[in-house]
Design a protein around this ligand. Sequence first.
Ligand code: SAH
Length: 289
Amino acid sequence: MAKNTTKTVASWEAHSSKAMGFARLDEEAFPVFAEGWVWLVGAGPGAPGLMSLLCYHAMQNCDVVVYDALVNPDILRWVRPGAELEYAGKRGGKPSPIQKDISYRLIELAQAGKRVMRLKGGDPFMFGRGGEESQTLAKAGIPFRIVPGITSGVGGLAYAGIPVTHRDTNHAVIFLTGHDATGKMPANVNWKAIATAAPVIVMYMGVKNLGEIAATLIEAGRPAEHPVTIVSNASLPHQSAASTTLGEAGAFITANHPPTPAIIVVGHASDWRELLDWYGPSLRDNKIG
Ligand code: SAH
């Protein structure tokens, strides 16, 4: 197992009086988080208020949280006192622990009788490697549960006033990753179909290869003047958004280096932004959402 940073939650007292409002949830019949189980949980795109009640419940009942780089540290404040926090992402320019190591770490912790919360940004099954991790758990006979989360490609875009579907214009959506396991533009997809099949393409992890992907989409039949909107740090107070066109997307990235994480949307879904861009400066003081 690659080295993990382990620490114990100490900041509980600071917010426990506020969190008390959740106490009545204990009366509800929440599923038991049993020892030796792993819960793969989506934390949502960033704003703590976008986590689910099951996510919160897991935070209150786990022994250890193994979390990724994309998880907003503010969310970890809700983890119960005494639970351990293990970071499983990239840090300080070091390469991320390999996936196999993370999966085996989950198995190791579960076999030690811990209640293991595997916390991921967004939704664990949306480009979150939740599929790979749950496969490894299943093969090892470790009982697990999936707690879906709000994915950045839907809920994150909503924070930028972009409805991914719309009865007038957006009847279909493609979710696409900007790179495959090697970091290159995905080769194993039908670019012609992707370019023309749906009015909206939502691209995760797309910033680095956007120029190449845009050129490929245009060559495959997507109009170069189609709008492209890049939403960075969606649902967080420092959220920002920038717009360009497919034809200019590559040059735009080189010139402007939009902050990451960023979700990219291609198509007229972002035309609604002018009217619907609701997450304005006056709302951003509240860090819950
Ligand atoms: N499981 C996650 C996606 C993981 S892949 C989900 O469902 O959202 C990582 C990519 O997600 C990033 O490269 C970026 O494209 C996107 N992403 C995650 N959080 C984001 C955020 N707050 N703002 C913008 N993009 C985000």
